[in-house]
Design a protein around this ligand. Structure first.
Ligand code: UDP
Ligand code: MG
Length: 328
């Protein structure tokens, strides 16, 4: 079985040397033991980095056919970089993993074994998240619960560390959506799948490339790309407000007709104005979120553009030695 690892990299110049130092021996060991074929490879997807990530990748590709570099024309975000990698990689099975080595590499072998025993998709699931901040852990848990409530089928505590076989990648390739949320799309592909468990570690070097802003965007994409539930909630809310207003009307009429306290108070006039204004704005906002999604999808723009691919062709001799120095 030919294995491809896919690693999205955004400003990872500090982490990449550590990543390579850990992954290269692991791949060579798996090859030596015949678990994966000798033409297995590691794909680095440079997601429009602004630092020296691409030169680092390029140097690697000049040294061994084990490394393949793909450079996207600009930063398109983790999900798109990952997709670019999944759809470009040529392995019989592809494992996606982050550049920061937070995921346990020993799990790669377990994934390969699971695939060999007939599972098309193998999810890496985090057992402990001690290294994440309390805030990140708590929001993640609440978010999974919310997604389940909205009817989105995801694997809790699974990020994008997973193995996919050729068939499921081909199926994924048929999805043309621009608002990508791979963790939602892949479980609903079907296919025989299983999970392997591991503990998540600290990032080896550099800082998180997922600031709160990107986390919120990913979270909203997860909901609005998969679930019509927010729209139904709006309708429900509208219904409740209507019933409430009807009661108010009846009450006002009763006061007007059967009592002499018919001067409508300030509260009963202004409160509904504020309330309705707020509810309407909220609802328009949620509607707008879906309209914006539809807009992006109808344009059908490409999700990523590959600027160049660097790799040694079969038979081509490396121009760099394994220590990175040029061959003379
Ligand atoms: N990443 C990317 N494009 C982006 C942001 C992140 O390709 O716009 C990559 C990043 O290089 C890393 C992976 O996505 O390999 C996960 O990012 P990070 O580790 O910073 O996220 P965290 O683990 O903090 O959620
Ligand atoms: Mg990370």
């Amino acid at each position: 079985m030919r294995l491809s690892l896919v690693i999205p990299c955004y400003n990872e110049q500090e982490a990449l040397p550590h990543t390579v130092a850990a992954l290269e021996p692991l791949m060579r060991d798996l090859m030596a033991r015949g678990k994966i074929s000798a033409d297995s490879n590691i794909w680095f997807i440079d997601d429009g980095s602004r630092d020296d990530t691409w030169p680092v990748i390029e140097t690697l590709t000049q040294r061994s056919p084990l490394f393949v570099g793909v450079k996207l024309s600009r930063n398109r975000g983790h999900q798109n970089a990952l997709l670019a990698g999944l759809l470009s990689a040529d392995g019989d099975a592809v494992i996606s993993i982050d550049a920061d080595l937070q995921d346990d590499l020993a799990v790669i072998e377990k994934m390969v074994d699971a695939h060999a025993s007939g599972y098309e998709i193998v999810y890496g699931v985090r057992q402990a998240r001690d290294t994440d901040t309390v805030f990140k852990r708590w929001t993640a848990l609440r978010y999974y619960a919310l997604l389940r409530f909205m009817g989105v089928d995801i694997i809790p505590n699974h990020a994008d560390f997973r193995l996919m076989g050729r068939r499921s990648i081909a199926a994924l390739g048929q999805h043309a959506e621009v608002n990508l949320f791979l963790r939602g799309i892949i479980p609903q592909l079907g296919f025989r799948s299983t999970s392997v468990y591991y503990d998540r570690r600290e990032r080896v070097a550099g800082e998180s490339k997922y600031p709160l802003r990107k986390m919120i965007k990913l979270a909203l994409d997860g909901i609005t790309s998969f679930s019509p539930v927010p729209l139904r909630l709006i309708a429900g809310l509208g219904g409740i407000v209507c019933v409430f207003s009807l009661v108010m009307v009846v009450w006002v009429l009763c006061v007007r007709l059967f009592t002499d306290r018919a001067l409508p108070g300030w509260a009963s006039t202004t409160v509904p104005i504020y309330l309705l204004g707020g509810v309407q704005l909220l609802c328009i906002g949620i509607l707008g979120e879906y309209v914006a999604k539809t807009y992006a999808e109808t344009k059908g723009r490409p999700r990523y553009l590959i600027e160049r691919v660097e790799r040694l062709e079969p038979g081509e001799t490396p121009v760099r030695r394994s220590d990175g120095e040029p061959v003379r």
